[in-house]
Every structure is written in structure tokens, then in C-alpha cells.
Design a binder for this molecule. Sequence first.
Ligand code: 4AD
Ligand code: MG
Length: 464
Amino acid sequence: MEKITVDQARKAEAVGRQACLQGWVRTRRDSKGGFSFLELNDGSCMANIQVIADGDLPNYESEVKTLTAGSSIAVEGEIKASSGKGQATELHASRLHVYGLADPETYPLQKKRHSFEKLREWAHLRPRTNTFGAVMRVRNRVCRSIHDFFQNAGFLYVHTPIITASDCEGAGEMFKVTTLDLDKLPRDGQNKIDFKQDFFDRPAYLTVSGQLEAEIFACALGKVYTFGPTFRAENSNTSRHLAEFWMVEPEMAFFDLEDNMELAEKFLKTIFRDVLNDCGEDLAFFNERVDDTVLPTLEKIVAADFVRISYTDAIACLEKNNASFDYPVSWGVDLQSEHERFLAETEFGCPVIVHDYPRTIKPFYMRANDDGRTVRAMDVLAPKVGEIIGGSQREERLDILEQRMGEQDLNPADYWWYLELRKYGTVPHAGFGLGLERVVQFITGMTNIRDVIPFPRTPGSAEF
Ligand code: 4AD
Ligand code: MG
């Protein structure tokens, strides 16, 4: 018999089909008439399908009546039109097979609703909850949208390394990768750790960004993007930071900052539109249960232009409200989450692109402006989550790049290959990084980033 999903079986056109559905029981209700109603979910959509299991089934007493929340079953039968509220169809079982029961004494996902904090302890079971199922379907749709967007625009997907020797952001927040015996570290003549004896003959790290390597490919193939896991050993225990997160990074030859901003805005709007078109049921759930501004916000954003404002003007605007901040601002400081949110939520009520930041607070690779104090940086700030994209035009002038490295105490020898891109056929280019979890957080309204990634890695936490 043909296997179909709950999503397929719930559609009116499925009426009359004989099919097999497999999934997990959410509830069982026994009717006085000697039959049972089961709510079956298989993760293909938010909704369950109602299964009607008749008392005539050979295993009705022995098995069907033992089913509880979490049990796994296969049901064969006919899909019929339903007179029940909120459902077009229901499944009349002619055969019901039980794969596994779930002891109601110990199975955690009973009727009672658990907090998101509690559910994090059950990362192996939380995908079976409505909220997490919806998060994962949205996350998947966003990933598909990311690939579609770049593929349709002629970008090449390149794979940049996970293990690397260079610190892209220059912030020293890298996890070390080593096979040295930590109990017996080899020492060199100066009693320093002898990395010559390590796996790679040198210190190696997990990447914080694929940008520098993506630049290599943009400076040969034009428009590229990389999309992979990224690691940051910063000790930030916030609702917006993970130690392992996914980042998509486009890098484009012959793009300046204006082109970059335009691409970022088009890109985000495409993702939002795709999710609005294809994840209606899940978004309706978030809007009803998590944050009732989610849907109107997305609809408004896809229809309007993002605001663009220079860092200098943004500071002037924020300074007027310094009294309301924990960290008052002045020209030269980095923006905190409270300032980013003030701009996107209170001041403009829409995504804001802040550009041309002070050179002292941004990495070495950003293109220096002629004013001597700012660089061609851009951050896209979204209501609720703050920074969602960070990017810049890159410094393509060799001498200025070397000077910037000097300012930030970086050793040019460590970046010899990056400098050679400027020595041989240098071109203006630009790119940005979008944090996948930040965008999923924004779309769903989930307040903690740990609830939009399957297995969150944060300081002190790496179970599973
Ligand atoms: O602003 P970031 O650090 O920029 C870069 O890494 C550049 N190399 C990107 C580029 O130009 N190719 O990070 C980019 C984005 C941030 O805007 C944010 O959305 C996300 O990555 N991000 C994090 N997401 C979750 N947890 C963290 N600890 C994050 N750090 C950055
Ligand atoms: Mg940033």
C-alpha cells in the first residue's frame, strides 16, 4: 500500500485513497461505541490526522487500547472526508501495526506543556513537540531559500575549511584543534608548546568564518557563497549567541558597499517571502503561541525598504536617548544589542542597515574610507534580534591592508596568501555573513537562539 504523509493525507483531494501512514500517537480517546480516535503526527506538518480505529481490528483490545502519547504506529486504511472541526479528512484504519509503546509513567512529553528550558534537556525528544517541529520546518525552508536565491543569481557554492590556521575576525575567539596529549604537552627550547609536533605542525583552530577563503574564490570565479558551521569561543551567555552556529557568506568580485547592501536586502526579503508562502501553518502557530507580531512584521518588511543610516548619524540619534540605555553611546563605541534594538524597533520600526563604522572597532579586512576614521562596514539590524547580518566592502589596496594589519597587531606573514590576492590582479569586492539561527529566531519570534538549532552549543553545555 502507498505510504503517504499526514500533510498529504490532510488534503481534500486525498479523500477516497487507500494509504499507509506512519508516525507517533499524540492522543488516544476511546468512544463508548467501542472504537477509538487517535491523533497521529509524523512531523510533515503541524497538524495531526485523526485515525478511527474500529473495535473489529484484530489487535484492538490487545494493542490499540494500550497506545499512549509517543507510541509509534503504522496505519493502513481509507482516507475519508471528515465532519470534524478543523480537518478535511480522517483515516479509517483497516490495519494498525504498533512499532513501539512509550511508557506513560516516564515519557516526558505528556499533555502538560513544558518550558523551552526544560525541553532543551530533552534535545532527543523535543523535535516531537509542535513548537520545535515548526522551528525545524521553517529552518529547512530558510536553508532551501538561501541556496535557491544564490543559485538563481549565478553564485557558485564553495566549501571553505572548518579547520583553519587563520583568525578571520581577529578577535581571538577560536577553539583550538589539536591531537597533542594535554597531560604531556611537548615543549620547545623556550619552554613554549611545540606545535611542530602537533597534527598540522602548527596551531590550528575551528573556523570563525569562511570569509577569507571565500574571497579567494570570488577573486577568481566572481560571485560565490559558502554556507557552513562556524565556531566562536566567546563566553557570551546570551539569548542571541551560540558557540556553534551556521553562517551563509556570499562574496562578490566587483561589488562595492552599495551593491552589497542592495544584495543583503533583496536576499532577506526573498527568504521572508518564501517562508510566508510555504510555511503558513507554522507561522500562524508562532503568531498565535509565541509572538503575535511575527506575521504582521514579516508582511510589512517584505513590502517596504530597509532604512540605511551611517554609524555617525545612528550615534547622533542614539545620543538623544542615552538616558534610557545601560551603556550610553558616543562616537567610537561599538553598538550593544540595546542600541541595535532601539534603532530597529523604536526609532525606525523596520530593519536598519548601519554603515561606515569607526575603523578601530571593525576587523582589518574592511575597506578604509578617505576620512581616515571609518571603514566600509555594514550591519543589518532587525527588530528583536539586533544584528542579523555583518559585512563590508573589502580592502583591496595592498599597502593600506598591510597598514591596517599593523594597527591590529596582526602578523602579515600569517596572511601571506590573503595579501597576494591584492598583489596579483586585485579587484574591488564585498560580502557579508548572515547568521542562520538569528534569521530563524527573527522569523519565528523564538526568544532564545538555543531553541532554533537542533543541538545548541553554549558555554558549559554540549550534551548529545
Ligand atoms: O558579524 P560577524 O562576526 O561577521 C563575520 O564573521 C564576517 N566574516 C562575515 C562576512 O562578511 N562574510 O558574523 C556574521 C553574522 C552576525 O551578523 C550574526 O548574525 C551571526 O553571524 N553571528 C552569530 N550567530 C550566533 N551566535 C554567535 N555567537 C554569532 N556571532 C555572529
Ligand atoms: Mg558582526
